[in-house]
Design a protein around this ligand. Structure first.
Ligand SMILES: Cc1cc2nc3c(=O)[nH]c(=O)nc-3n(C[C@H](O)[C@H](O)[C@H](O)COP(=O)(O)OP(=O)(O)OC[C@H]3O[C@@H](n4cnc5c(N)ncnc54)[C@H](O)[C@@H]3O)c2cc1C
Length: 374
């Protein structure tokens, strides 16, 4: 089995191939399965398999950095592909991050192992967010009712990145009698999406940024889902997934910022001395902000690696800080680079939109600020 370093090296080579086609890729509104086949062949799916079973997962303290660096590397080639790929480790961590439970130990162990086996060859994603919830899963209005050995899900869901690509999507819903929402997973990749089987595509993804992520919206009506064997999972796993997903999403957007900075440097090469005062000042501020974002990312990774008790909150702080700094930095960069930042023949305009995703990704900024205040 390849190790994290070998996989990252393979991803680097794939990203280089992707980047030769950057403008055409930016015009895409759909994912290309061939891209994900290459990521899978490079070993990326092993991010969803524990190290003791031949995979890469070793808990947040050992896996946050290599995982974030992997998706940062993929983003050098294609930000949308990187964001969709990042969902695989972010989502499988819901199972890997909880080795044991008290309420249903045997059933949970069996289901967790099933997820691990699936993650070797199948892609995982999530369609959890609901319109009006502001990204807060505690506000889910979806319901799941028992039916035979499964549950039937009804409710509106949106922003399911990788819909139609991911083999399994996790989601959340309320079950009558349960105080908190519960975790489920579903398979809607090969459904007709016309509502005839309970899965209706309501809003095809039309994002200005991350435009080929297929982050569609759906209405589910009595759609079959599998419930997590334990009701403790969402509470138990929150500190683990908080660390992993915030660092993964930050990694993706830092990868986009790397692209933008390299582009701007090439455009401005030899021109800095003749730039007007405003341009020089904006350019320095832009670089300062990107430098600060890098420090936040590094600081959060160190906190996670040191198993600091508030590492999950530090990861949220890192995500929020990087989201705000990078969005502002790319806006300044556009002003300095000039007209090239508006041209669709140049990549900067699209990257400036792509980086805005970090502020919306879970926890979106309003929810993240609540968490930081709390
Ligand atoms: C690029 C990207 C990828 C994401 N990937 C995922 C993912 O894989 N899984 C996941 O569960 N969540 C995903 N999210 C959602 C994210 O985690 C938050 O839940 C979400 O951004 C919160 O949205 P909101 O603040 O607009 O609040 P919400 O309360 O969710 O939405 C506010 C309002 O905006 C409306 N609205 C939202 N989208 C559209 C649209 N496309 N067209 C018209 N109206 C719309 C809603 O109907 C609602 O009335 C993604 C978000 C982005 C931007």
């Amino acid at each position: 089995m390849p190790d994290a370093q070998e996989i990252t090296a393979a991803l680097h080579s794939i990203a280089q191939d992707f980047s030769t086609d950057v403008i055409a890729r930016q015009k895409r509104s759909e994912l290309d399965p061939a891209d994900f086949k290459r990521l899978s062949q490079a070993g990326f799916l092993l991010t969803g398999v524990p190290a003791e079973q031949g995979g890469l997962w070793q808990g947040p303290d050992k896996s946050a950095r290599p995982y974030a660096e992997m998706v940062r590397t993929i983003a050098h080639g294609d930000p949308s592909v990187a964001l969709v790929a990042s969902m695989h480790p972010a989502v499988t961590a819901f199972f890997l991050g909880v080795p044991e439970v008290d309420d249903a130990p045997a059933a949970w162990a069996q289901q967790r192992q099933w997820v691990i086996e699936s993650a070797r060859t199948a892609w995982w994603g999530t369609v959890t967010s609901e319109p009006g919830s502001g990204g807060d899963i505690l506000r889910t209005k979806s319901v799941a009712k028992p039916h035979a050995d499964q549950y039937l899900l009804s409710g509106d869901k949106h922003f399911g990145s990788g819909s139609g690509h991911a083999d399994y999507m996790i989601t959340t819903a309320r079950v009558a009698g349960s105080e908190l929402p519960e975790l489920f997973f579903l398979e809607n990749k090969d459904e007709p999406w016309d509502g005839s089987t309970g899965c209706l595509l309501t809003v095809p993804w039309d994002g200005m940024g991350m435009s080929s992520t297929q982050s569609h919206a759906f209405r589910f009506t009595d759609f079959p889902v599998t419930k997590a064997a334990s009701t403790e999972v969402l509470t138990k796993v929150a500190p683990v997934t908080g660390q992993i997903s915030n660092m993964l999403f930050t990694g993706v957007v830092l990868g986009v910022a790397d692209n933008a900075l390299a582009f701007a440097q090439s455009k401005l090469s030899g021109k800095t001395a003749t730039m007007r005062g405003f341009e020089q000042s904006e350019w320095v501020k832009c670089q300062n902000e990107l430098w600060l974002a890098e420090q936040a990312y590094e600081g959060a990774l160190r906190a996670i690696e040191a198993c600091e008790p508030d590492a999950a909150l530090t990861a949220v702080r890192c995500k929020v800080t990087c989201a705000e700094l990078i969005e502002r930095a790319l806006s300044r960069m556009s002003k300095v680079v000039g007209g090239a930042s508006f041209s669709k023949a140049m990549p900067l305009a699209q990257w400036t939109q792509d980086v805005k995703a970090l502020g919306f990704l879970r926890p979106p900024l309003p929810l993240a600020y609540d968490q930081l205040l709390g």
